[in-house]
Ligand binder design. Structure first.
Ligand code: PLP
Length: 407
């Protein structure tokens, strides 16, 4: 008899985006004249930078000729891209990362989901609340949790991000082995200072733990005092793995390219306490289960680091950040408190009522769609996430409708 992995039965169906879609379509049926503006989903809306498109086309043409055609490439990514990443994203910021510590992939979603395979089922896992749901669900699938009750899985140490701690979780009271951190944060938009990040690195070193640092939104950091990478913090090479993506930095959500950084000193332990190198384990996993990102996509990603690519991606990011600033200004005028929106495309608004009623109010009164914070975890209740990913015109229209209706 074929049996299932019963851990899958513990997963909570994610109704968040389907519930949103249902409410939006019901509203639209009743008000066909209203143009609904969506500031809910975290997907980018602007076209790829021209430098990336040019490199993409050129690489496709190369694939058409026998002489320049490429078949399977290196699973970890082509040297030209690994080296451009390590040089520009790390060494240029004094974070010592070697080219072969970069593993190119088709998404930070898959990487943050897959990495947990390297670790024992028995470890204690610390996960933020609210959270990008992938970290939690993949640990549930792997059997690292008990049952689900009252919004929480038994066995997980939840790292609460609340107004009291400025949406940067405090170190856990107990010993944990695996820690997920995400900054700039999805959904709260909060950032972490170098000193705060150092306390996590020190904790991990002291407890022989490992930090999985999701920096998918690092491109939005404009404040020079904030770290873009955990590897800008001393001592992190032994205790951290970092995830990055071209999705938000260069509009690659539909093109797919990301990477994971695993320093060679990074280690985990066997049952006898012997240390093992995670770089080799991840390399083994990656080469066994993944066959590389397509050549044209890697050439398009490489173009992000060209002179014109740098200018064009910076322009993309500032476009969304201007939207974010407008959202913050209008929300502030209405007297709501919020976090994020600076160094981040997300604005986390305290709705002063339950998340779904705030969502309904914005939809019904202003025809604007946001994301109810409760969908990201227990600590998200009472909040909504507004995303800056839309055209400036739509954001301006959405905010003036909100201002008119909520005053
Ligand atoms: N990590 C975080 C925190 C995200 O919000 C997202 C996407 O929204 C991802 C990772 C996924 O990135 P990718 O498109 O590279 O899979």
């Amino acid at each position: 008899m074929i049996k299932i992995n019963e851990n899958y039965l513990k997963l909570q169906a994610s109704y968040l985006f389907s519930d949103i879609a249902k409410r939006v379509s019901a509203f639209q049926k009743e008000h066909p004249e209203t143009k609904v503006i969506k500031l809910g989903i975290g997907d980018v809306t602007r076209g790829l930078p021209p430098a990336c498109v040019k490199a993409f086309h050129k690489a496709v043409d190369e694939m058409a000729e026998d002489t320049s055609f490429r078949g399977y490439g290196p699973e970890q990514g082509y040297d030209f891209l690994r080296s451009a990443i390590a040089e520009n994203d790390f060494r240029a910021r004094d974070a010592e990362i070697a080219d072969d510590e970069i593993f190119v992939s088709d998404g930070a979603k898959c990487d943050t989901a897959n990495i947990q395979e390297l670790f024992d089922t028995d470890i204690t896992v610390a996960i933020p609340d609210p959270v990008y749901p992938v970290y939690l669900d993949t640990n549930v699938m792997a059997g690292r949790t008990g049952a689900y009750a009252d919004g929480r899985f038994e066995g997980i140490v939840y790292l609460e991000a609340t107004r009291d701690n400025g949406f940067v979780p405090r170190l856990p009271q107990q010993k944990v082995d695996l820690i997920y951190l995400c900054f700039p944060n999805n959904p709260t938009g909060s950032t972490i200072s170098r000193d705060e990040l150092k306390t996590w690195v020190d904790y991990a070193r002291h407890n022989k733990a490992l930090i999985l640092f999701d920096a998918a939104y690092e491109a939005f950091i404009g404040d020079a005092a904030l770290p873009k990478s955990i590897f800008e913090v001393e001592g992190a090479r032994e205790v951290a793995i970092e995830f990055r993506s071209f999705s938000k930095s260069a509009g690659f959500t539909g093109t797919r390219c990301a990477y994971t950084v695993v320093p060679k000193e990074c280690r985990a332990f066997d049952a006898r306490g012997n240390s093992h190198n995670l770089h080799s384990l991840w390399n083994r996993r990656h080469c066994t289960k993944f066959n590389g990102v397509s050549y044209p996509v890697q050439r398009a990603a490489e173009a992000v680091y060209s002179d014109e690519g740098k200018v064009q991606t910076a322009e993309l990011i500032s476009y969304y950040l201007e939207n974010a600033e407008l959202i913050c200004t209008e929300i502030e005028k209405l007297g709501y408190s919020y976090d994020g929106g600076r160094n981040s495309p997300y604005i986390w608004v305290d709705g002063q009522r339950d998340s779904w009623s705030f969502f309904d109010m914005l939809l019904e009164k202003a025809g604007v769609v946001c994301t109810p914070g409760a969908g990201f975890g227990t600590c998200g209740e009472g909040y909504i996430r507004i995303s800056a990913f839309n055209s400036y015109e739509n954001v301006a229209e959405a905010m003036s409708r909100i201002a008119r209706q909520l005053k």
